[in-house]
Design a protein around this ligand. Structure first.
Ligand SMILES: *[C@@H]1O[C@H](CO)[C@@H](O)[C@H](O)[C@H]1NC(C)=O
Ligand SMILES: *[C@@H]1O[C@H](CO)[C@@H](O)[C@H](O)[C@H]1NC(C)=O
Ligand SMILES: *[C@@H]1O[C@H](CO)[C@@H](O)[C@H](O)[C@H]1NC(C)=O
Ligand SMILES: *[C@@H]1O[C@H](CO)[C@@H](O)[C@H](O)[C@H]1NC(C)=O
Ligand SMILES: *[C@@H]1O[C@H](CO)[C@@H](O)[C@H](O)[C@H]1NC(C)=O
Ligand SMILES: CC(=O)N[C@H]1CO[C@H](CO)[C@@H](O)[C@@H]1O
Length: 429
């Protein structure tokens, strides 16, 4: 189980953000965003992506220079129980203890007593939290542009408007809120937030710690990543769902040629279930895997104190895990994440049937909350997904999503993200 070398050190790790040279595609992203969806299937095939203005293929440009990092360590004088776990030997190929590469240990200040720092090759390169959360993101300032007939019923607003209109908020707990406009009745779109990171990475580890996500009939939020020139650069949906769903769905959208090798969870070695086609091609709605956790999405997630989603992207595949709050691995809490300690992911797309290097370019990270639109609008009358045993049409007594959302602002009180942090890690080359 614990195949890592426990370190007896408490280290403060400083890694200058400037040492990461990443392509800034956010401004281009903001200039023209177009959501393209070719086709929908009835059972919750999520499909959304963004077409960037340029057809240029961006090449990987993220380089980490280990020489620029500074590690300050001091002996742990806290006499913690850590010594009891010190005898395991490293054996994972990703364990830096066996490779001799540079390693990072860190102990998060103020983290819970269950945080246990381990040796990991991952270096923190971006951390978004608290009052500085929005540094490094660009706000989309446009309607939910889409080529499909059902546009999302939102106008994404700029940072100042969002703050002025109380759509964003930093709470006294240091959490960050992004909500949709809850004015009782609107005749057009409701204001909402869509933010995209300025940096992009073609590999790494993403960790979202959220205490609340948007939920309720008409909502369609997502936390996801997107490569250049959609669908050329690929899309990875880490958190996504609609309405009253209780189980998260993770989905890839790609050019033709990327797929899951099977629809069987055991064959794929995942804890989730394939609920779409195994073909990841964007025109078919992508290849989606639903978490088996009934607290991984929506009101159930919120009532349970939220949790942590992690995603790893590298040339061997893309994996997604979900941990409810009471089960967050201690290495994550300690700021020294080591995926080999996390058990089987709920979603895993192996490179054996999807050449990751070919189908996934530099990924920007995105939060958005849309209303109705291609998905939440399309499945308004559908029932059967976990949490959506009754359709929203039945539950609300209103026959279409737009009519409901425009006339029931109070029903959108739960349509907000509340975030502890977003962290992005890299393995220096
Ligand atoms: C660690 O080991 C010491 C000595 O065997 C023991 O007294 C202590 O209770 C252990 N701590 C934990 C948390 O197991
Ligand atoms: C790629 O990611 C997977 C899943 O996290 C991990 O098992 C594997 O060790 C990683 N490979 C490399 C080369 O880091
Ligand atoms: C928030 O992020 C900053 C750096 O980005 C870090 O120094 C600080 O410890 C983080 N705060 C918490 C509560 O994790
Ligand atoms: C912002 O909205 C929240 C949720 O509706 C509310 O509790 C809070 O009082 C509002 N703050 C301001 C300054 O209007
Ligand atoms: C995967 O794609 C990359 C980039 O197109 C290519 O260099 C590599 O040969 C491909 N790998 C396989 C196994 O086809
Ligand atoms: C492998 C091992 O000994 N694990 C132990 C590490 O320490 C914690 C408490 O600090 C124990 O609960 C584990 O069993």
């Amino acid at each position: 189980m614990f195949m890592y070398q426990f370190l007896f050190l408490v280290c403060l790790f400083f890694f200058p953000y400037e040492s990461v040279s990443a392509t800034n595609i956010a401004s281009r992203f903001a200039q023209k965003t177009t959501r393209q969806v070719q086709r929908f299937t009835q059972d919750f095939n999520l499909a959304f992506g963004v077409v960037l203005a340029s057809r240029d293929k961006l090449q990987p440009q993220v380089h980490l220079t280990t020489s620029s990092q500074t590690v300050f360590c001091k002996a742990d004088s806290g006499a913690t129980s850590s010594g009891n776990n010190s005898t395991s030997s490293p054996s994972s190929p990703s364990d830096p203890g066996s490779s001799g590469s540079s390693t990072n240990t860190a102990s998060a200040a103020g983290s819970s007593s269950t945080a246990v720092a381990v040796s990991t090759p991952y270096k923190l390169v971006e951390e978004h939290n608290g009052s500085a959360f929005f540094d490094g993101w660009t706000f989309t300032n446009a309607a939910d542009v889409t080529t499909h007939v059902r546009k999302g019923l939102v106008d994404y607003v700029d940072q100042e408007t969002a703050s002025n209109n109380n759509l964003t908020q930093i709470t006294s707990d240091g959490t960050v809120i992004m909500r949709v406009e809850t004015t009782a009745i609107v005749t057009g779109n409701r204001q909402s937030i869509r933010i995209t990171t300025n940096n992009a990475y073609d590999s790494g580890l993403w960790i979202l710690d959220a205490v609340h996500m948007p939920t309720g009939c008409g909502t369609w939020p997502a936390f996801w990543t997107n490569g250049p020139n959609w669908p050329d650069g690929g899309e990875i949906d880490i958190v996504e769902g609609v309405g009253d769903n209780t189980n998260d769905q993770a989905t890839l959208h790609t050019l033709e040629g990327c797929s899951l090798a099977s629809s069987s969870s055991s064959a794929l070695d995942i804890t989730g279930s394939v609920i779409t086609s195994t073909d990841c091609v964007s025109t078919g709605g992508g290849c989606g895997i639903r978490s088996s956790s009934t607290v991984s999405y929506g009101a159930a997630f919120n009532d349970n104190g939220g949790g942590v989603f992690t995603m790893t992207l590298n040339s061997s595949g893309i994996a997604v895990w979900f941990f409810e709050r009471s089960k967050i691995p201690s290495d994550i809490s300690a700021g020294t994440p080591l995926p080999s300690l996390w058990g089987t992911p709920f979603a895993w797309w192996a490179s054996s049937s999807c050449n990751i290097t070919e189908f996934f370019g530099l990924q920007s990270t995105i939060f958005d909350t849309t209303l109705c639109g291609d998905l939440a609008g399309s499945v308004w009358s559908d029932a059967g997904a976990p949490g959506q045993e009754q359709s929203c049409a039945t539950r609300t007594g209103v026959s279409d999503c737009n009519t409901f959302v425009q006339n029931n602002g109070a029903a959108l009180q739960e349509a907000y993200w509340e975030i502890n942090s977003v962290k992005i890690y890299q393995i220096p080359s």
